[in-house]
Design a protein around this ligand. Structure first.
Ligand code: ASP
Length: 280
């Protein structure tokens, strides 16, 4: 069993030593708790569990603590996929729910599995997701001062369970200050993808991730026989011509855990029951 999570990017220049330590501590707690959970649950159940915990932590830009868009509203996106069903489900630009990943999970068994905007909100309400504001005072302050919440991160998780199944989930509050209607990569297959060979969750600038189709390309390359390292190297090299800003975490079917970013530094933690690794 293997587990890796990310919490977006960390900016040394705009974030304090205390914030870094708080993020490291939060990731360590969440990856270890989620690993305990993985012992008795599937990869699919575990990625939702791990992402929900990060959505509930205001240190991260997903669920509570999400960034505010240019019109003053918060719109969040989340998605999930697993190797057993090869189903992808997600919500795009959903408002006023505590845990977007739980709405994506609810959609997983439906025929229509990716909902956006009003449709996503009304589906959530009909399915018992109560109105919940994920705004925190710090994000409103940043919005009012027109300062982007630098380094505040999207979250994601990839898990390989005891049966060898892989799943990936990603959840975001977006870039901050974006135009209403802008689509994040996090609920697309460029930002989150999994099959029986590999699972990937991305963070970074959604437009760059979609242009390079990062998660899909890495998974496809591993599926076609490339090593996970070679698949990452090739895909990240393709981001270079336009200075693409992305980070990704992954696990392949052999249990190789991998991560890479095009700018320092992506906030991540991995755990396999013995070995713990995080960003420095
Ligand atoms: N990828 C997210 C987006 O563009 C933002 C992030 O990962 O920080 O919406």
């Amino acid at each position: 069993m293997k587990l890796i999570i990310h919490g977006g990017f960390f900016s040394e220049s705009s974030q304090s030593h205390e914030t870094k330590k708080a993020k490291q501590d939060a990731l360590e707690r969440i990856v270890k708790q989620s690993y305990e959970y993985l012992k008795n649950h599937t990869a699919l159940e575990t990625i939702v569990y791990a992402v929900e915990q990060m959505e509930n932590d205001e240190l991260f830009n997903a669920g509570i603590g999400s960034q505010i868009q240019s019109d003053g509203k918060i719109r969040m996106s989340a998605s999930m996929m697993d190797s057993v069903t090869e189903r992808f489900s997600g919500v795009i630009n959903i408002e006023d729910v505590k845990n977007p990943i739980r709405v994506a999970e609810k959609l997983f068994t439906y025929d229509d599995r990716v909902l956006g905007g009003e449709g996503a909100i009304s589906f959530a309400r009909k399915n018992g997701f109560e109105k919940f504001s994920t705004e925190i005072p710090q994000r409103r302050k940043e919005y009012e001062e027109k300062v982007a919440a630098q380094g505040t991160g999207t979250v994601g998780c990839v898990a390989l369970d005891a049966k060898g199944n892989i799943a990936a989930a990603t959840s975001t509050g977006g870039k901050g200050f974006e135009m209403p209607g802008r689509i994040s990569d996090s609920a697309t297959t460029a930002g989150n993808y999994a099959n029986a060979f590999c699972g990937v969750s991305c963070t970074g600038v959604g437009e760059d991730i979609v242009s390079a189709s990062v998660a899909t390309k890495i998974v496809t390359r591993v599926t076609d026989g490339m090593s996970i390292k070679a698949a990452f190297d090739r895909t990240f090299a393709e981001l270079k011509p336009y200075d693409g800003f992305a980070g990704a975490i992954a696990i392949d079917k052999e249990g190789n855990v991998y991560h890479q970013d095009s700018f320092p530094k992506m906030v991540f933690a991995s755990f396999d029951g013995t070995n713990f690794e995080t960003f420095d």
